[in-house]
Design a protein around this ligand. Structure first.
Ligand code: COA
Length: 370
C-alpha cells in the first residue's frame, strides 16, 4: 500500500451534482458559463439539491421556505455577542452553525424530508449569521432578514441596514452562483466523510466550514486581499511578485489541483471586478490584479483561480476582507448540503487506509528507564 499524497487523482465518490471534465465545470450537466450568465443563485441551489432547474411555482415555494427559515434563534445571536473581541470570522461561523443545531428540534431526524428541510434552513440562516456577526462586532444590533428578496440582496441589506444597489446585488448573486459547488473539493469531502458515519447534516456543514477556513482552500480570497494591500500600488506589483516568486512564496489565488489550464470561473469574476471598478471610478485593484496575473502566468504558467478576482470584487462591494471566506460558505453551503443528501441516499462509511511509515517492533520502556 502506497499513499497518494493529497489524494491527488483519486476518485473517492460517485456523484451526479457537479463535474470538472477537460477543464469544463458543470452543475447537474449545465455549463457554469450558462449558469453564471443566466441563473439566479436560488435557481442554482434548487438545481444542486433537486437535480433540475425549478419552474416558477417551485422557485416561489423555495423563496417562501428561505423567507421562513432566514431568522436565526435569539440564543444564537446572544452567543455571538459573547464571542471574544477579534474572533476569526470563520471560527465564528463554525461555532454559530454548530449552535444552530441545538435549537432545531429536527436536528437529529434522519428522514429524507427532514434532511432536505435542514439543507434549506442552513442555506437560509448562514447569511443571517454572517451579517449578524459582522454587525455585532462593531457594536451594532443585527438587522432582521427581509422577506421576498434574494439571498444576495438580503445579505447586503442585513450587513448595512440599507437597501443595496441593484448592481451590487447582481454582482454578489453571480459570485454566489460561481462558488456554489465544485465536485469533491476539500470542504465538500470533509462534509461527506462526516455524514458518512451517519452523523447529522449540521455536523457535516460544521466540518465543511472548518475545512473551508484554510488558506489553501476558501481562505485564499482573503489572503489575496492581504497581498493586494501589502503591495499597495500598481508601481510595486512587479518587484513584489518577482521577489515572491524568486523566494518560492506561493501567490494566493493562483494554481489549482484540478484545473491546469485555468479556472473557468475566474473570467466571470475578472469581468465583474472590472465593471465594479469602473462604477466606483477606481480601477486600482483591478489594474494591480491584471498585472499580477500577467507576471505569475508569464513566469510560472499558473492561472488565477476563483479566489483571485473575488478579492477585488468583494472589496469594491464595500465588504470587509475577513468576510470574503464566510461569503464563500454562504454560497458553498448549497453544494455541501446537496452532497450530504447524495451521500445519505447511498451511504457507505468512508474509511481509507494509511501507508504506515513509522518504526516497528519497538518495545515498551518503563517510565523510570526513559
Ligand atoms: N504560487 C506559486 N507557486 C505555486 C502556486 C502558487 N499559487 N501554486 C502552485 N505552485 C507551484 C508549487 O510551488 C509547486 O512547485 P514545485 O513543483 O516547484 O514545488 C507546483 O506549483 C505544484 O503545486 P502544489 O502546491 O503541489 O499543487 P497542489 O495541487 O497541491 O495545490 C493549490 C493546489 C490550489 C493548493 C495551490 O496551487 C496553492 O496553494 N495555491 C494558492 C492558494 C489558493 O489560491 N487556493 C485556492 C484554490 S481554489
Amino acid at each position: 500500500m502506497t499513499a497518494t499524497k493529497g489524494l491527488e487523482g483519486i476518485v473517492a465518490a460517485a456523484s451526479s451534482i457537479s463535474s470538472i471534465i477537460d477543464g469544463v465545470l458543470t452543475y447537474r450537466g449545465i455549463n457554469i458559463d450558462d449558469l453564471a450568465e443566466n441563473a439566479s443563485f436560488e435557481e442554482v441551489a434548487y438545481l444542486l439539491w433537486y437535480g433540475k432547474l425549478p419552474n416558477r411555482a417551485e422557485l416561489n415555494q423555495l423563496q417562501q421556505q428561505l423567507d421562513e427559515y432566514a431568522v436565526i434563534p435569539q440564543q444564537v445571536i446572544d452567543q455571538i455577542k459573547l464571542y471574544p473581541n477579534g474572533t476569526n470570522s470563520m471560527a465564528a461561523l463554525r461555532s454559530a452553525v454548530s449552535s444552530l443545531a441545538l435549537y432545531d428540534e429536527e436536528a437529529n431526524d434522519m428522514s429524507a424530508e427532514a434532511n432536505q428541510r435542514k439543507a434549506i434552513k442552513l442555506q437560509a440562516k448562514l447569511p443571517t449569521v454572517v451579517a449578524a456577526f459582522a454587525r455585532i462586532r462593531e457594536g451594532k444590533e443585527p438587522v432582521a432578514p427581509k422577506k421576498g428578496v434574494s439571498i444576495a440582496y438580503n445579505f447586503l441589506y442585513m450587513l448595512t441596514g440599507e437597501e443595496p444597489a441593484e448592481v451590487a446585488v447582481k454582482a454578489l448573486d453571480q459570485a454566489l452562483v460561481l462558488h456554489a459547488d465544485h465536485e469533491l473539493n476539500a470542504s465538500t469531502f470533509a462534509a461527506r466523510v462526516t455524514v458518512a458515519t451517519l452523523s447529522d447534516i449540521y455536523s457535516g456543514v460544521t466540518s465543511a466550514i472548518g475545512a473551508l477556513k484554510g488558506p489553501l482552500h476558501g481562505g485564499a480570497n482573503e489572503a489575496v486581499m492581504v497581498m493586494l494591500e501589502e503591495i499597495g500600488s500598481f508601481d510595486n506589483v512587479e518587484s513584489y511578485i518577482n521577489n515572491a516568486l524568486a523566494n518560492k512564496v506561493k501567490i494566493m489565488g493562483f494554481g489549482h489541483r484540478v484545473y491546469k489550464n485555468g479556472d473557468p470561473r475566474a473570467k466571470h469574476l475578472q469581468h465583474m471586478s472590472k465593471e465594479l471598478g469602473k462604477l466606483k471610478g477606481n480601477m486600482d485593484l483591478f489594474n494591480m490584479s491584471v498585472k499580477i496575473e500577467e507576471l505569475v502566468t508569464g513566469q510560472k504558467g499558473l492561472k488565477p483561480n476563483v479566489d483571485f478576482y473575488s478579492a477585488s470584487v468583494y472589496t469594491n462591494l464595500g465588504i470587509q476582507r475577513d468576510l470574503f471566506t464566510p461569503i464563500f460558505a454562504i454560497s458553498r453551503v448549497s453544494g455541501w448540503t446537496a452532497h450530504i443528501l447524495e451521500q445519505y441516499q447511498d451511504n457507505r462509511l468512508i474509511r481509507p487506509r494509511a501507508d504506515y511509515v513509522g518504526p516497528s517492533n519497538v518495545k515498551y520502556v518503563p517510565i523510570e528507564d526513559r
